[in-house]
Design a binder for this molecule. Sequence first.
Ligand code: SF4
Length: 101
Amino acid sequence: MTYIIAEPCIDIQDRSCVDVCPVDCIHEFERMLIIDAEECIDCGACEPECPVEAIFPEDALPEKWEPFVKINYAFPAEKAEIDPLVTAYATEHNVQNEPID
Ligand code: SF4
């Protein structure tokens, strides 16, 4: 299992999760952060740090955000695909997350 970052992170990228991850497996892309499933040790430290509640254990990810399993798992093997996958999802679902203070 791993942790998954989902839709609420798009265009927010608060980065609080990056600061607490003990194995530095959270990576920044053009429009959101992504967890490297191969490096994640399932410690759960990142989940409560996210101000927009974008992080979930994979087995507790809300069904509507299932596409983010594929997006997170695209790292690192298909790194170049992540930005296009996120943009395609955001366009299809008309994602307009409000910036946080
Ligand atoms: Fe990093 Fe732990 Fe979050 Fe995995 S669960 S991304 S290891 S902080």
